[in-house]
Design a protein around this ligand. Structure first.
Ligand code: DUC
Ligand code: ZN
Ligand code: ZN
Length: 465
């Protein structure tokens, strides 16, 4: 068999195994994983490197509408470039329902934004913020039939928050079509009430942000989302879980056989909460929703990851710039105000190296668990497996080669997104993806990044497994 590419002598790491082998690629697909493969047209020496499936980042925000006056820094060019440099080969951003547009129009518009710009492959979730009888009766079933099988709903945020009756309708429609409902689980009424009380007391600094949405707010909404799933029989994904209390509810549901999946993110596993108390505007770099918590919650989340309560670690990349007229700083007036800073952090490029360092290098996760939660599980959950998230013959040749033992300091200046900071500035990393292949084409190689924006393709969803 003629091989276009052979990645030779690396340590192949999958969600279940680890072994020395060569990986052979033909026409963008993996065709062989074995020792001593025949010579390929292109040969890569991976001696000493880990050969892993490219990451699948199943939660990121790219080119969405403005929120609280702030605009996302990354378009599809920048987001997919950063992702590729960080070892990720598939992203799943959200097509966000807009007032006055049909969901179909929104999806078509979003395709238009990605086409011609994406460097790596992508699939879409949909955000539902306006629930109506035609949406439930016609639009959603038609989109599900076309392969859009994951919908995010919010239990908080003005303009997005749905009431329980609406969520029940969405979940029921999703269940009928075999789709997955993703839930942002925070009780918006409580966030609003707590926020008003803090304001009335004059506590408006960013330290108050976490107090306006404490773990009880997330715990209650998480339990309610699980109860709604139980009542409708729908499968749910609780996204970006931040607290041990929410995790307890997830375990509660899973122990009872309710189909509850869960995701957490590096910003919660790393316990960024104390940074919200940094003086001045610096704290704004750590404002995201739910708020990051402290080390006790982080320790609980690591346990949840180790025990399998969480299936996914995603970035929730939501890159509002710090400076500039559309950035976090300009939204708060003279002084930072906890209700005026738009929530969201950049993280597509840093997700994998941070999780490897904090998880694998610190002995909290095996390499198999790392691959499972960052690539294989997201591909499975969202119907992209085995084409994505896998190194088995027949899979797309989406592969990241990792160097370990190369200690380096994370600096925003070395990243490739269009944001102007990273909340992880100065952190130490012990492993890094040095080369990334997307469908057998090199898109990142030790500081070089492909400029072939537009080569990325939409990957149609199938029914979630
Ligand atoms: N959380 C964020 O921090 N930003 C965007 C949306 C979300 O749920
Ligand atoms: Zn959310
Ligand atoms: Zn999000």
């Amino acid at each position: 068999m003629r091989l276009d590419l052979v990645i030779r002598n690396g340590t192949v790491v999958t969600a279940s195994d680890e072994f020395e082998a060569d990986v052979g690629v033909a026409e963008g697909r993996i065709v062989a994983v074995a020792r001593d493969l025949a010579k390929g047209d292109q040969e890569i020496d991976a001696t000493g490197l880990l050969v892993m499936p490219g990451g699948v980042d199943a939660h990121c925000h790219v080119e969405e509408p403005e929120y609280m006056g702030a605009r996302l820094a990354d378009d599809f060019v920048a987001a997919t470039r950063g992702a590729a440099c960080g070892g990720t080969t598939t992203i799943m951003p959200f097509a966000n329902q807009l007032p006055g547009k049909s969901l179909r129009e929104v999806v078509e518009d979003y395709h238009g934004r990605a086409q011609g710009k994406a460097l790596i492959d992508y699939a879409f979730h949909l955000i539902l913020s306006q629930v109506s009888a035609p949406l439930i009766g016609q639009e959603l079933p038609a989109l599900i039939a076309d392969g859009y099988r994951s919908f995010k709903v919010f239990m908080t945020y003005p303009g997005y928050m749905l009431e329980d009756a609406q969520i029940l309708e969405v979940m029921d429609a999703a269940r009928r079509g075999g789709a997955l409902t993703m839930v942002h689980a925070e009780n918006g009424h409580c966030v609003h009430w707590l926020g008003q009380r803090l304001e009335a007391r004059g506590e408006t600094g960013l330290g108050a942000f976490a107090e306006s949405a404490p773990p009880a707010v997330e715990r209650e909404a998480t339990h309610r989302a699980i109860a709604l799933a139980e009542i409708t029989g729908a499968k749910v994904m609780i996204v970006h879980v931040s607290s041990g209390q929410a995790l307890e509810q997830i375990r509660w549901g899973q122990d009872r056989g309710i189909p509850v999946l869960a995701e957490t993110c590096p910003q919660y596993l790393l316990g960024l909460g104390p940074h919200l108390h940094e003086p001045g505007w610096e704290a704004a770099k750590h404002v995201c929703s739910p708020p990051p918590r402290g080390s006790d919650d982080a320790a609980e989340l690591w346990r949840g990851l180790q025990q399998g309560a969480f299936q996914l670690v995603s970035s929730d990349h939501c890159p509002y710039r710090f400076a500039g007229t559309d950035g976090k700083r300009s939204q708060g007036g003279e002084r930072p105000h906890f209700r005026k800073v738009p929530p969201g952090l950049p993280g597509l490029e840093t997700r994998l190296p941070l999780l490897y360092h904090e998880g694998v290098a610190q002995g909290r996760l095996t390499r198999q668990q790392f691959v499972a939660v960052t690539a294989t599980n997201p591909a499975r959950v969202y119907g992209l497996y085995p084409r994505k998230g896998s190194l088995m013959p027949g899979a797309d040749a989406d592969i990241a080669l990792w160097s370990q033992g190369e200690r380096r300091i994370l600096r925003h200046a070395d990243l490739h997104d269009d944001c102007d900071y990273t909340p992880y500035e100065g952190r130490e990393l012990s492993a890094w993806p040095v080369v990334t292949f997307s469908r057998g084409e090199k898109v990142w190689d030790r500081g070089w990044v492909s400029n072939a924006a537009g080569r990325g393709r939409h990957v149609g969803n199938r029914s979630p497994s």
